[in-house]
Design a protein. Structure first.
Length: 256
């Protein structure tokens, strides 16, 4: 199959998938952005970052919030990468030296949701940077784009002088109620059955395991020296739950 045909099939599949889910997913996201109630988790987040979610922002304040959040994210991720050798879970012998230019390029790329890397991520970035830095931006950078779309939709229907929402509330809700649930569903339905690398180890040799504990599957071949391990929390909990239930007697036996 040529790359052109593969690209066309992908586009057609994407359009078909959007046609199938746009009504239920769109209705769900509308309720996420339109609600005026806040649960305990949301209120805790708002208290930590010091914002009032019920205050609607004008478009100018909303834009400044987006830019400020993005600028701080770039600086934090930039410093995170440069200091990773002094942090836990760093790689003992990274394949590529993390220079300031490379760290800045990566930080800007991930914060703008481009996710472009000029190196092999598993052999260069430490586990802590990948989990608490790059993976976090995979969520919040996508959430930032979704909040801008929500604010634009509000602006189309708002009267003059009305606000376009609150960026911090939109960002929190998008992450908690849209992206995190989607990530869990995709992980359990797609990635976990295929088997995932599950060790967090700074050494240079990695091994794979499937969710059922069988031999490594073809999609995750064992690699050496040039790649590093990734963690798989889902595999750990799946095997732990299977072990717990295998030791528990059936309900009818416990009644006796």
């Amino acid at each position: 199959m040529s790359s052109t045909v593969a690209g066309l099939i992908f586009l057609i599949s994407l359009v078909a998938a959007l046609a199938l889910v746009h009504v239920p997913l769109g209705d769900y996201m509308y309720r996420v952005y339109d609600t005026t109630t806040h649960n305990r988790i949301e209120r805790l987040v708002y208290r930590i970052i010091g914002v009032e979610p019920g205050v609607a922002q004008t478009w100018a304040v909303y834009v400044r919030s987006v830019l400020a959040f993005s600028a701080v994210s770039i600086l934090v991720l930039f410093g995170f990468q440069l200091l990773q050798d002094q942090l836990p879970l760093h790689l003992n012998d990274p394949a590529t030296d993390m220079t300031p230019a490379l760290a800045w390029n990566t930080a800007v790329s991930f914060v703008t949701n481009t996710n472009w890397q000029a190196y092999s991520g598993e052999s260069t970035q430490g586990h802590l940077v990948q989990m608490a830095g790059l993976a976090v931006q995979n969520f919040v950078s996508a959430a930032t784009g979704a909040t801008i779309a929500a604010a634009l939709a509000r602006a189309f229907v708002a009267d003059r002088g009305q606000g376009v929402g609150n960026f911090w509330a939109d960002l929190t809700r998008t992450t908690l109620y849209v992206l995190l649930p989607a990530a869990f569903v995709l992980d359990w339905l797609w990635f976990t059955p295929k088997g995932r690398l599950r060790w967090i180890d700074p050494v240079s040799e990695s091994s794979t395991t499937s969710a059922s504990g069988a031999a490594p599957c073809e999609c995750c071949p064992s690699t050496h020296t040039s790649r590093r391990d990734r963690s798989s929390i889902s595999t750990f909990w799946l095997r732990r739950r299977a072990s717990r239930y295998s030791r528990r007697p059936p309900r009818w036996a416990r009644r006796g």
